[in-house]
Design a protein around this ligand. Structure first.
Ligand code: CAA
Length: 267
């Protein structure tokens, strides 16, 4: 197990652990005593880890995981109690979510157990979700007198549609893994013992491809949520031409015609 650049006060344990299995890396959220609630320290360490890995050419896909019991139970409710407006504005919480959105390396969320509030928002900020059949998804912030504040009202609605998103957010009820998969929130559901292995398998499959094609594909899919169809199609066409001019694309097509495996260089 690797150690991250040390961002924490000296007396506090790491809230995020890193396992490198190149070409993939696995980030584990590590606050089991609080069901991986997203404390300020955890969010800082998570963003630091993601940014380091995003700059590392040897890492082509990232798995973000919790443990069997929880991916993450939401924002740390202790951190959210009694903040001043100034703390909220200058506290940098929003900047951390923006930093996660800026990561270009694909991120697979590996979810087992509770995936609630900010935890569900974190999973949705990843590129796809692989879930254990034990996973439970929810945005129970209305139980606390607030609402999802890190993208939940927008991303959940885009993922599962208005009526179901209203049901989940307004009533605070949880979606089972199977219901989340049927609704389009989750890409794959697997047996309880297989969630992390399956997420790593998905990450390995992504990492085996040219990082140029993969990163441009991620960027283009995300454009579908930012633009109208015409602008999205134009962005896709430009990305396609950019990918086509890469050495990897030329090698990929040559290898297909020569009936051999391509040698991917990331160029
Ligand atoms: N923040 C801080 N601590 C949390 C936490 C959270 N979000 N979720 C759980 N914990 C802590 C509990 O306080 C408890 O600590 P102690 O052992 O010291 O008492 C420990 O984790 C275990 O939790 P429970 O005893 O409650 O475990 P359970 O199995 O009985 O219940 C649960 C599990 C249903 C997930 C329950 O813990 C729960 O409802 N948690 C809160 C979920 C929630 O409301 N999330 C939204 C947070 S707000 C948010 O995320 C805002 C946003 O959009 C950014």
């Amino acid at each position: 197990m690797g150690v991250l650049a040390d961002l924490r006060p000296p007396d506090r344990p790491m809230t995020v652990l890193l396992e490198r299995e190149e070409p993939i890396a696995v980030i584990r959220l590590n606050r089991p005593e609080a069901l991986n609630a997203l404390s300020n320290q955890l969010m800082s360490e998570l963003v630091g880890a993601l940014e380091n890995l995003d700059d590392d050419e040897a890492v082509r896909c990232i798995v973000l995981a919790g443990d069997d019991k929880a991916f993450a139970s939401g924002a740390d409710i202790g951190d959210l109690s009694n903040p001043t407006h100034l703390e909220l504005y200058f506290g940098g919480r929003i900047d951390k979510w923006d930093a996660i959105r800026s990561v270009r390396t694909p991120i697979v969320a590996a979810v087992s157990g509770y995936c609630l509030g900010g935890g569900c928002e974190l999973a949705m900020a990843c590129d796809l979700i692989v879930a254990s059949e034990t996973a439970q998804f929810g945005q129970p912030e209305t139980n606390l007198g607030v609402l999802p504040g890190a993208g939940g009202t927008q991303r959940l609605t885009r993922a599962i549609g208005k009526s179901k998103a209203m049901d989940v957010i307004l009533t605070g009820r949880f979606l089972s893994a199977r219901e989340a998969e049927a609704a389009g929130l989750v890409a794959r559901v697997v047996a309880a013992e297989a969630w992390l292995d399956e997420a790593k398998r998905v990450a390995q499959a992504i990492a085996a491809k040219s990082p140029i094609g993969v990163r441009l594909a991620k960027e283009s899919v995300n454009q579908a949520f930012e633009t109208n169809l015409r602008a999205g199609l134009e962005a896709e066409r430009k990305a396609f031409h950019l990918a086509l001019s890469s050495e990897d694309a030329q090698e990929g097509m040559k290898a297909f015609l020569e009936k051999r495996k391509p040698e991917i260089k990331g160029k």
